[in-house]
Design a protein around this ligand. Structure first.
Ligand SMILES: *[C@@H]1O[C@H](CO)[C@@H](O)[C@H](O)[C@H]1NC(C)=O
Ligand SMILES: *[C@@H]1O[C@H](CO)[C@@H](O)[C@H](O)[C@H]1NC(C)=O
Ligand SMILES: *[C@@H]1O[C@H](CO)[C@@H](O)[C@H](O)[C@H]1NC(C)=O
Ligand SMILES: *[C@@H]1O[C@H](CO)[C@@H](O)[C@H](O)[C@H]1NC(C)=O
Ligand SMILES: *[C@@H]1O[C@H](CO)[C@@H](O)[C@H](O)[C@H]1NC(C)=O
Ligand SMILES: *[C@@H]1O[C@H](CO)[C@@H](O)[C@H](O)[C@H]1NC(C)=O
Ligand SMILES: *[C@@H]1O[C@H](CO)[C@@H](O)[C@H](O)[C@H]1NC(C)=O
Length: 517
């Protein structure tokens, strides 16, 4: 008894100690960077020229980091490809790469600059973190020598990875993440398996992934569900695609759907439709930025919960199909038509009246909408759409989507095409769907590409409804579902296909050998 009560008080004491210095909130920063791009060449530049360009970009990041630290930020995220841009071959990216060691090396590049050879970029990033006492996430290229006799090893003798590094406020390398789901990046290799990279701080537990990774289960969902991270660091080079895949729209919805903080830093290049960064909390966006007018970068800061799960305002789990599967489909006028969002053929039905109840289905997915417009504009047509199937040209990801959107023109064949302005406001909307997946994110995008913080909510039974009065003019209200288990292949392209083959053969041989013995 005595022993056990002693252990209890020791445990309580330990908990108290642990909480000293722990912070309930912290100030996060993200920087949207207008990358200075290299001249496109077919032959590689020298290592010195590569460093010159990267230093020009780091000069700009340095100003943002100093500014963020001065305003009290504990951590700053900078974008994917921020040091050198995106148009490369395996050969032309090579002079930009450095060998990034495992964080277990306990390395402070700023203090010990020669320990891992020639690493000027890592030394400078580490010094920026150390000198300004702030955690810094940067995206750079990692090269890892491999044995050329191994058929997996690329001809130049190196694996090349799209990599995030994080330095803590002392300049120590605390995390390294190699992007798994590459998107048209012939210059980089796919790591053998998705890496689950986390690190702990006094202001919560962090997880990392990059850009296109957000569409897949691993590592993104596993970091949230199994590793219980509080905040995701998300560098990206994201090209906006209306109506469903604009950066601020999709990323803010991911934070709400997955109930986690998401710090999203995008590159800024208006000619490539790249803009849209933000600090997103599980309840709603704290701050966001979308700018297709100017060419300049932008620093964003906001205070966020260190442990959102402990907050009384933490949203409860949603059963995304509970409402939709228990009601009867609204009787329709059977005026369903087909129209495309990108390459996906949706079934649509028009919002014919000022108010009403509609259902549209595709395969097993039925989408229900109840709505009341404040006034129907004569020249605007809205439609309710459903899609359930493998998405896009690659047809690898299984999507389930319910969307109410403004059509580009009054010609119904244009429903689903990009449109940026609207004038119809909704007094009420309620959207739900019979999703087969538990991974659904709620998107609301307003006219001129704005978010709608505090003006909508998701009910526990899966209805996405408006809140706090009539909406501003709406471009789209959507429930975007990902049914990972129905993806056509869980393995991305590139080297990992052959990697699995070469891994499987020895494993099979081992199993056979084991059974014989
Ligand atoms: C960091 O500070 C040291 C001196 O305190 C200075 O020599 C160095 O140039 C600084 N580095 C950066 C990247 O600011
Ligand atoms: C972070 O702390 C948790 C316990 O609070 C521990 O389980 C986890 O392994 C730690 N993660 C890292 C990367 O140190
Ligand atoms: C940018 O978006 C607009 C409108 O959605 C589209 O017409 C244009 O082709 C896009 N530009 C690029 C480079 O993809
Ligand atoms: C969600 O709700 C539906 C309908 O009430 C029910 O059949 C289903 O079991 C629920 N799913 C979960 C995961 O609770
Ligand atoms: C929509 O359905 C609700 C009941 O579910 C009903 O109260 C309402 O009148 C209907 N609205 C219209 C415009 O039919
Ligand atoms: C709705 O989608 C299904 C495919 O799931 C298709 O067979 C059906 O013809 C579509 N209906 C209309 C009216 O387009
Ligand atoms: C609607 O657009 C399609 C092509 O997108 C065209 O073939 C059709 O004639 C148009 N309909 C009307 C009524 O303008």
């Amino acid at each position: 008894m005595i022993a056990s009560s002693f252990r209890t008080s020791a445990a309580v004491f330990a908990v108290i100690i642990l909480h000293v210095g722990a912070l309930d909130t912290f100030i996060a920063a993200v920087y949207e960077h207008a990358v200075i791009l290299p001249k496109t060449t077919v032959t590689p530049v020298s290592q010195d020229d590569a460093l010159l360009l990267m230093n020009k970009n780091i000069d700009i990041l340095e100003r943002a980091i100093k500014q963020a630290a001065k305003q009290g930020a504990q951590i700053i995220v900078t974008p994917e490809d921020a040091l050198y841009g995106w148009t490369f071959t395996r050969e032309t990216i090579f002079p930009y790469l450095e060998d990034v060691p495992d964080p277990q090396a306990n390395w402070i590049p700023c203090q010990d600059s020669n320990r891992f050879g020639y690493t000027p970029v890592q030394v400078r990033l580490s010094c920026l973190a150390k000198n300004n006492s702030i955690y810094v996430l940067a995206n750079m290229g990692d090269k890892k020598p491999c044995n050329r006799h191994n058929s997996m090893c690329p001809p130049n003798g190196y694996y090349q990875y799209n990599t995030n590094v994080v330095y803590d406020a002392e300049g120590k390398l605390v995390a390294r993440y190699h992007k798994y789901h590459l998107y048209s990046e012939p210059q980089f290799d796919v790591p053998e398996k998705p890496e689950l990279v986390t690190f702990n701080t006094t202001f919560g537990r962090f997880g990392i992934f990059t850009c296109f990774d957000i569409f897949f289960h691993d590592p993104a969902v596993t970091l949230v569900k199994d590793f219980h991270v509080d905040t995701i660091l998300f560098p990206t080079a994201w090209m906006n695609v209306l109506p469903l895949l604009t950066a601020i729209e999709f990323h803010s919805a991911w934070a709400v759907g997955m109930r986690v903080n998401l710090l999203a830093a995008n590159t800024h290049n208006i000619h490539m439709n790249m803009t849209g960064s933000g600090i997103y909390a599980p309840q709603s966006p704290k701050v966001y930025h979308h700018d297709m007018e100017t060419e300049s970068g932008k620093l964003l800061l906001a205070e966020v919960d260190s442990h959102p799960r402990d907050s009384p305002a933490y949203p409860t789990a949603v059963n995304w199909s509970a409402h939709a599967t228990t009601i009867r489909p609204f009787p329709g006028k059977k005026n369903t038509f087909r129209a495309f969002i990108s390459r996906d053929a949706f079934n649509f039905t028009e919002l014919f009246e000022n108010a009403g109840n509609l259902t549209v289905c595709q395969k097993d997915l039925c989408c229900h909408l109840s709505y009341r417009m404040l006034g129907k504009e004569e020249d605007e047509v809205y439609a309710l759409g459903a899609f359930s199937g493998l998405h896009g040209r690659r047809r690898k990801e299984y999507w389930q989507v319910c969307t109410m959107l403004k059509c580009k023109t009054t010609n119904l064949t244009t429903c689903g095409r990009p449109v940026e302005t609207a004038s119809t406001r909704f007094e009420m909307f309620s959207l739900s769907g019979t999703f087969g997946t538990e991974y659904v994110i709620p998107e609301v995008l307003l006219t001129k590409i704005h978010l709608s913080p505090g003006k909508f909510e998701v009910l526990q039974d899966g209805r996405l409804v408006n809140k706090n009065g009539p909406s501003e003019p709406i471009l789209t209200v959507s429930l975007f579902g990902r049914w990972y288990a129905k993806d056509s292949s869980s393995i991305p392209g590139g080297t990992s296909n052959s990697a699995t083959t070469y891994l499987l053969i020895p494993i099979l041989l081992m199993i056979i050998a084991w059974q014989i013995l």
